[in-house]
Design a protein around this ligand. Structure first.
Ligand code: SF4
Length: 448
C-alpha cells in the first residue's frame, strides 16, 4: 500500500483536543460555572458567528443559513447584542485582545448592523487599543454597490481581513457553485490594500472539483503575485452524507487522493519558493507576519479559526454554534437558529454541548497542539507541565507512532519527537497517535 493510501484515513483536524465529536450534551449551568471560575484579569478572545449567506455554495462545510430576509438578520443582530450584554453581566468588563467575526458571511450584514455589534462589544468590554479585530469576507458581498462596506470595517477598527477566494480558476468556481470571478477577488483585495488593513489573508481550498495540479499551481502563482500577508490553504472535505449541499457536486470531477496530495505538495513548494513560510499544516505567511514570529517564540496556537497568535488561551464564542474554549473546558452553543433565538429571548446562554477536560486531556492537548503548530514536541516541556515521564506516560502512543517513524515521517530522539519535512504533510496523522478518543469516536474528514 502506498503512503497516501496508508494515511488517508479519517482523523480530526485538531482545531481542538478533545475533538468536537468527543464532546457530550451540556447545559448552560456548566458554562456559567466555568465563566465564573475564569481569571477575570486574563485577556480574552471573542468569536461572533454570523451564519447568513445569500445562497449556499456547493462545497460549503460551514454552519450557514441561506437567507435574504433582512428582518431575520436584524433579529439575529438584536440577539447577539443581548448575548453580549448577558456575557458582560456574568464576566464583568473583561479585557479583550482579539475579536473575530466569522460565518457564513459576516459582511452580508449592513453597515449599521456591523456598527451596532462593534458598539455593543466596545461598551461591554475593555478592548485593547492594539487588539486584533478580524473578519471573514466573501468578496462578492463587498464589491460594486457594496464596496463602501470595506471603509465601514476600517472605520469600525477592523485590522485583519480574511478573503474567501478558494480558487481563481473560473471552471473551478463554476463547479463549486460560487462563480466568483478573479476580477472580483483581485479588485476587492486591492481595495483592502488601499484602505491599509494590517493583514490580509486569502482562504484557498485544494481538492475541489475540476482542480488539477497544473490549474491549482497557476492559481498559487497568481496569488503570490498579489502578495497577501497570509494564506490558509485548506483541504476540501467531501462529506455529502453530512452536508446535503455537497450532493450538487459531481464526484467524478473530484481529483483522486493521489492528485490531491500532489496538488498540496506542489502548492506548498511554490509558496515556500515564493517567499512564504509554511506554518503548521495549512497556513503560509510572509516572514514579517506575527504568525512567523510566533513559531520562533513558541506562542503559536491552533483554534477553530485556524492558526493564531494568542496571549491568553481563552475564547468565548457568541451566536448560533459559537464555540468557547475556557482552557479546561469547551462549550458549544445550539446549532439551530430557533434554539439560539429562544434561549437568548429567555435570558439564557444557548449552551448545548461541551466537555470538561481531565488532566489527561490537558496533557494530550498540549502534545497535540505542539505537534500541529511546531511539528515537534520536546519531552521535557511535557514533563514540566505534567510531572510525568514522557516515555512512560505515552508508551502505548509511542508504539502507535512506530510505523510513522519507519515511514520516515517522524524522527525520535531521547529528548524530542519531530516531524521530518515529509512528515510535515502528515501532521494530523502524527498528532492522532496521541489521541485517546480516536478509537471511541467517528471522524469523517480524511487526513489528506
Ligand atoms: S459564502 Fe462561504 S460560508 Fe457562505 S455558503 Fe459559500 S462557502 Fe459557505
Amino acid at each position: 500500500m502506498c503512503i497516501i493510501d496508508r494515511y488517508n484515513v479519517p482523523v480530526p483536524r485538531y482545531t481542538s483536543y478533545p475533538p468536537a465529536p468527543a464532546w457530550g450534551p451540556m447545559g448552560e449551568e456548566g458554562f456559567r460555572k466555568a465563566l465564573a471560575a475564569r481569571d477575570h484579569s486574563a485577556p480574552l478572545s471573542l468569536y461572533l458567528h454570523i451564519p447568513f449567506c445569500s445562497a449556499i455554495c456547493h462545497y460549503c462545510g460551514c454552519s450557514t443559513i441561506a437567507n435574504n430576509n433582512a428582518a431575520l438578520e436584524e433579529q439575529y443582530v438584536d440577539a447577539l447584542c443581548a448575548e453580549i450584554a448577558l456575557l458582560r453581566s456574568v464576566i464583568g468588563p473583561a479585557h479583550v485582545n482579539q475579536i473575530h467575526l466569522g460565518g457564513g458571511s459576516p459582511t452580508k450584514l449592513s453597515a449599521s448592523q456591523l456598527s451596532r455589534l462593534m458598539s455593543a462589544l466596545r461598551s461591554a468590554f475593555s478592548i485593547e487599543a492594539k487588539a486584533e479585530i478580524a473578519i471573514e469576507i466573501d468578496p462578492r458581498t463587498v464589491y460594486g454597490s457594496r464596496a463602501a462596506t470595506l471603509q465601514t470595517l476600517k472605520t469600525l477598527g477592523f485590522n485583519r481581513i480574511s478573503l474567501g477566494i478558494q480558487d481563481l480558476n473560473p471552471t473551478v468556481q463554476q463547479a463549486i457553485g460560487r462563480g466568483q470571478s478573479a476580477e472580483v477577488s483581485t479588485s476587492v483585495y486591492r481595495h483592502c490594500q488601499q484602505l491599509g488593513f494590517e493583514s490580509i489573508n486569502f482562504d484557498l481550498i485544494y481538492g475541489l472539483p475540476c482542480q488539477t495540479v497544473s490549474s491549482f499551481s497557476e492559481t498559487i502563482n497568481r496569488v503570490i503575485d498579489l502578495h497577501p500577508t497570509r494564506i490558509a490553504m485548506f483541504s476540501f472535505a467531501y462529506l455529502p452524507e453530512l452536508k446535503a449541499n455537497q450532493k450538487a457536486l459531481s464526484k467524478a470531477l473530484l481529483p483522486s487522493p493521489d492528485e490531491k496530495f500532489q496538488m498540496y505538495c506542489t502548492a506548498r513548494e511554490i509558496l515556500v519558493k515564493g517567499g512564504y513560510m509554511a506554518i503548521g499544516l495549512d497556513h503560509f505567511a510572509v516572514p514579517a507576519d506575527t504568525l512567523c514570529q510566533s513559531v520562533a517564540t513558541g506562542s503559536l496556537h491552533r483554534t477553530f479559526q485556524g492558526y493564531t497568535v494568542l496571549e491568553g488561551h481563552e475564547v468565548i464564542g457568541l451566536g448560533m454554534t459559537g464555540i468557547s474554549d475556557l482552557g479546561t473546558a469547551f462549550f458549544q452553543h445550539a446549532k439551530t437558529l430557533p434554539e439560539y433565538l429562544d434561549a437568548i429571548d429567555r435570558g439564557a446562554f444557548p449552551t448545548a454541548r461541551g466537555i470538561l477536560l481531565t488532566p489527561d486531556d490537558l496533557w494530550r492537548r498540549f502534545v497535540i497542539e505542539q505537534l500541529m503548530c511546531l511539528g515537534k514536541i520536546q519531552k521535557n516541556d511535557f514533563e514540566k507541565l505534567s510531572g510525568e515521564s514522557f516515555d512512560a506516560y505515552f508508551h502505548l502512543n509511542l508504539h502507535r507512532l512506530q510505523p510513522l517513524i519507519a515511514d520516515g515521517l517522524v524522527t525520535a530522539t531521547s529528548t524530542c519527537l519531530e516531524a521530518t519535512p515529509r512528515g510535515q504533510l502528515f501532521l494530523r496523522s502524527i498528532a492522532s497517535c496521541f489521541d485517546a478518543y480516536l478509537e471511541k469516536s467517528t471522524f469523517s474528514s480524511r487526513a489528506i
